[in-house]
Write a protein that binds this ligand. Structure first.
Ligand code: CTP
Ligand code: MG
Length: 232
């Protein structure tokens, strides 16, 4: 069994939009629905758990009910941090599930073929993340923004989602993080703390996360190119 967790319980502060950014329509379809349909189109995926803000649960349930072709789903209440939203989702996933994927609901351009690759990587390596090589040079700086270090670009990758795990390992990682009060910005970082090696799978630069207003323009342009204007 393969279950996908889609955290959608953020506030989208950097988007500065009236609603949660995952409800913004791209080619007439909310960001969240694009993400949910991509996973539903992947044959290896069995079901989905969506984490929604408590005040948005009913709205999300209604939205999902109105769309055909979505794999069996459940909505859980999210938490104040992405990590807590995912912990709440983990709590409702039965032990019969062997592979768990975590995917930001805010990445609507994920392709089903990439999802299949991540599931295969989770089965082979136990822990895997989709990532792309860094395009720009990165600097490490001090508190006053003076450069302290220039890490070699070829050794740096940008993490995306989905990240895919052996279910027992992901659960253990979440238990350890909670015990230690560790708050990570992705799921792989929790697994890395266990001393488990995370395999990176090369993704696509078009798998953008909708974060700031210009991402809407970029995502819509990429979607138009992919689907054509007429499709939706
Ligand atoms: N997320 C969540 N629960 C939270 C915070 C984030 O489920 N407490 C989700 C978001 O809905 C999003 C994904 O995690 O799909 C990635 O987070 P991010 O891009 O940071 O989204 P937001 O937290 O909503 O945006 P911002 O940080 O700008 O407020
Ligand atoms: Mg956030």
């Amino acid at each position: 069994m393969v279950t996908v967790i889609l955290p959608a319980a953020g506030q989208g502060k950097r988007m500065n939009h009236v609603t949660n950014k995952v409800f913004i329509p791209l080619l007439n379809r909310p960001v969240l629905i694009h993400s949910v349909l991509a996973f539903s189109a992947c044959p290896e995926v069995d079901n989905l758990v969506i984490a929604a803000a408590r005040s948005e649960i009913a709205f999300v349930e209604k939205m999902l009910s109105g769309v055909a072709g979505i794999k069996p789903w459940k909505v859980v209440a999210g938490g104040s941090e992405r990590q807590y939203s995912i912990a709440n989702a983990l709590a409702v996933i039965p032990d019969t599930v062997e592979v768990i994927l975590v995917h930001d609901a805010a990445r609507p351009l994920i392709k089903p073929r990439m999802i299949s690759q991540m599931i295969a990587a989770a089965r082979e390596f136990k822990a895997a993340g989709l990532a792309v090589p860094l395009k720009d040079t990165v600097k490490k700086v001090d508190e006053d923004c003076f450069v302290t270090e220039t890490p070699a670009r070829r050794s740096m990758w940008i993490m995306q989602t989905p990240q895919a795990f052996d279910a027992a390992i992901l659960r253990q990682a979440y238990i350890h993080a909670a015990q230690d009060g560790f708050l990570g910005t992705d799921d792989a970082s929790l697994v890395e703390r266990l001393g488990i090696r995370v395999k990176l799978v090369e993704g696509s630069y078009s798998n953008v996360k909708i974060t700031t207003p210009e991402d809407i323009i970029i995502a819509e342009a990429l979607m138009k190119k992919r689907y054509g204007y007429e499709m939706l």
